[in-house]
Design a protein around this ligand. Structure first.
Ligand code: ZN
Length: 415
């Protein structure tokens, strides 16, 4: 089972926007770009929304059938580990093996030394196509990297083999993710991570490193764009090189998590992908949930009331909602409007504040990030929230499709 060159992670908290999301892939196809949709939902999200993995499979199948989608599509067990993978094997055919917790935990010294011996052939000045200067590598560097990442990759191997024994060889797509760590991984670390992945027999088709800079949820990239550009280009060069060196799957590509709304680096990514003729997987779950709220606000009436209610409850539970996401949000509490102020907003004002249009003077990244983590509040509203999604389906669906196609797919893959 092979995933196409470009693929788009379109997680959906409440499983109502499958059709609207797929519509964006159809519009891309009409514009001449093939993008494989991948519906992803993590164990953490399932726990918060009290849903089970098969609900994502049902949503994906339904959307595909309703719109007559002829291309491939996948259902991603996002950020799974050994403790929860079993509940996903029946319904998923894409697995994101999350081993971030094992980064920086040291493997057995003997394993580390074996690794150093095996790969010391790369010491010296290593030339990699697409990287200007040769990469300086010595045994100590390999040892340092192995101490940091080897145990994590060994753990990924355990999860991979568990999935393989349940689903059979080549019957699923595997991603190795290390994005939810404190420090970014450099391209040279990526090279040896890929060596270890090959050693473990993991036929990884996507890899999600942590990049330099802040990838805050639902808002633009914060960091040094020039440094990101260099790192992203070097990562693409390293992947192309490692595929040949370690006989990894030919379609192995980068996966960018928290990838939605990073408008200031999409141009850079687009250029680099074309330069290296490389593929990309990008995960964008949260942005669809925010478009649901934009859509509710835009619809007015009861929809606007619900949007305001979500804001009020999220504002009142700020600490509780933000703590689990502390590494991926930056909210200035003092700048958040009080619920009393928000109560006076009309449809247009609420939508303008929330919609990610940085040219609009009403746009407020604090409100956007708070609502991003506020999906728990909507989940607790239960049927009332779901009824509103059904009632305002058309308005919301347009917001969802427009956001994915115009603001994401176009700058990343087309323009
Ligand atoms: Zn992630």
């Amino acid at each position: 089972m092979e995933i196409g060159k470009y693929s788009f992670g379109i997680g959906d908290r409440f499983a109502y926007q499958g059709k609207a999301q797929l519509q964006a892939m159809i519009r891309a196809k009409q514009a001449g770009i093939d993008i494989t949709p991948v519906w992803n939902k993590s164990h953490r999200e399932h726990t918060i929304t009290k849903t089970s993995p098969d609900s994502v499979r049902k949503e994906a199948n339904k959307a595909v059938e309703k719109l007559g989608w002829q291309g491939d599509y996948f259902v991603d067990a996002d950020h799974i580990n050994l403790s929860n993978v079993d509940s996903f094997v029946g319904s998923s055919d894409f697995f994101t093996l999350d081993v971030a917790d094992y980064i920086s935990k040291k493997a057995d010294d003997l394993w580390i030394e074996d690794f150093v011996q095996k790969y010391k052939r790369y010491t010296g000045r290593l030339n990699i196509d697409g990287i200007d200067k040769p990469v300086e590598i010595n045994e100590n560097l390999i040892r340092k990297i192995a101490s940091k990442v080897l145990l994590a990759v060994i753990e990924a191997g355990k999860i991979y083999r568990r999935i393989e024994s349940a689903k059979g060889k080549c019957n699923f797509v595997a991603e190795v993710s290390m994005d939810e760590t404190a420090l970014p991984q450099s391209p040279v670390e990526m090279f040896f991570i890929l060596a270890a992945i090959a050693d473990q027999g993991i036929a990884a088709q996507t890899i999600a490193p942590k990049f330099t800079g802040r990838f805050n949820k639902g808002v633009d990239y914060v960091g040094d764009v020039a440094q990101f550009e260099k790192e992203f280009n070097d990562d693409l060069a390293v992947i192309a090189f490692a595929i040949k060196e370690f006989s990894l799957p030919k379609n192995l590509k980068l996966s960018v998590h928290s990838g939605s709304d990073k408008f200031s680096i999409y141009g850079t990514m687009n250029k680099a992908l074309k330069k290296f003729d490389a593929g990309l997987h990008i995960k964008t779950a949260g942005t669809t949930w925010l478009e649901e709220v934009v859509g509710l606000a835009t619809a007015g009436g009861e929809g606007l009331d619900i949007a305001k209610e979500i804001y009020t409850r999220a504002y009142d539970r700020f600490d509780e909602l933000c703590v689990p996401y502390s590494t991926v949000i930056d909210i200035d509490w003092g700048k958040l409007p009080s619920p009393e102020i928000v109560a006076d907003w009309d449809s247009q004002k609420f939508a303008n504040v929330l919609r990610h249009d940085q040219t609009c003077s009403d746009y407020d990244s604090n409100v956007r990030q708070l609502l991003h983590v506020g999906y728990k509040v909507a989940a607790e509203m239960g049927q009332m929230y779901l009824d509103a999604l059904a009632k305002y389906e058309n308005v919301i669906g347009e917001c969802v499709t427009e956001n994915i196609f115009q603001r994401h797919i176009k700058p990343l893959f087309i323009e």
